[in-house]
Design a binder for this molecule. Structure first.
Ligand code: FMN
Length: 179
């Protein structure tokens, strides 16, 4: 996947991908951590579009991680977090919950005020996943940077663009220190 001439993509050992600028900028770059889960591929596609949007901003590094591979260190090292989850059985994907379970105790006092955004997809709803993620985010005392995006059914191009814009707006806000 080519994101533009200024970006490089690095596969990390644990399946995550990092979308980064040139090394000179990387040293000081703020990082957006994108944590997602996808069983059927819908959220994976959305997460990649989020990254595409975020990568348009100069000076921001983006780390895309499956929730199962996302670690405490990733969370502690980021300037903002984006969470992408499908709704399964009326709530977030189990592996998104697992990420929270694994990081909460260590991270909650060290990530106070962390800007976050959520994007969810569901067959016909998604609100249960959204509500539960936002409740947990408030447990960490994270700060909602932008309104969520919720997509139902098979995403159409307009949905994909909405997620892309969410990524770009978050990245711009982080870059300029707005959030
Ligand atoms: C086990 C399972 C449970 C689901 N439960 C819900 C649900 O409660 N509400 C809903 O709107 N969609 C539900 N769906 C539909 C998915 O949220 C939807 O297909 C989503 O796009 C899947 O994302 P993915 O392809 O990234 O896994 C469920 C799907 C599966 C496989």
């Amino acid at each position: 996947m080519v994101l533009g001439s200024e970006n490089t993509i690095r596969e990390s050992r644990d399946w995550g991908q990092e979308y980064q600028r040139e090394p000179a900028v990387m040293e000081t770059a703020k990082t957006i951590l994108v944590v997602y889960h996808s069983q059927g591929g819908t959220m994976e596609n959305l997460a990649r579009r989020f990254v595409r949007g975020a990568a348009r901003e100069q000076g921001i590094s983006i780390q895309l991680k499956r929730a199962a591979d996302a670690r405490l260190e990733d969370l502690l090292g980021c300037s903002a977090i984006a969470i992408g989850s499908p709704e399964y059985f009326g709530t977030m994907a189990g592996l998104i919950k697992d990420f929270f379970d694994r990081t909460y105790e260590e991270a909650r006092q060290r990530t106070v005020g962390l800007p976050y955004v959520v994007f969810v997809c569901g067959g016909n709803d998604g609100r249960g996943a959204l509500m539960q993620i936002e409740r947990i985010a408030s447990g960490y005392s994270w700060k909602k940077a932008l309104e969520h995006v919720r997509i139902t059914g098979s995403p159409v191009e307009q949905d994909l663009v909405a997620v892309e814009e969410l990524g770009q707006t978050l990245a711009a806000g982080i870059d300029f220190g707005i959030f």
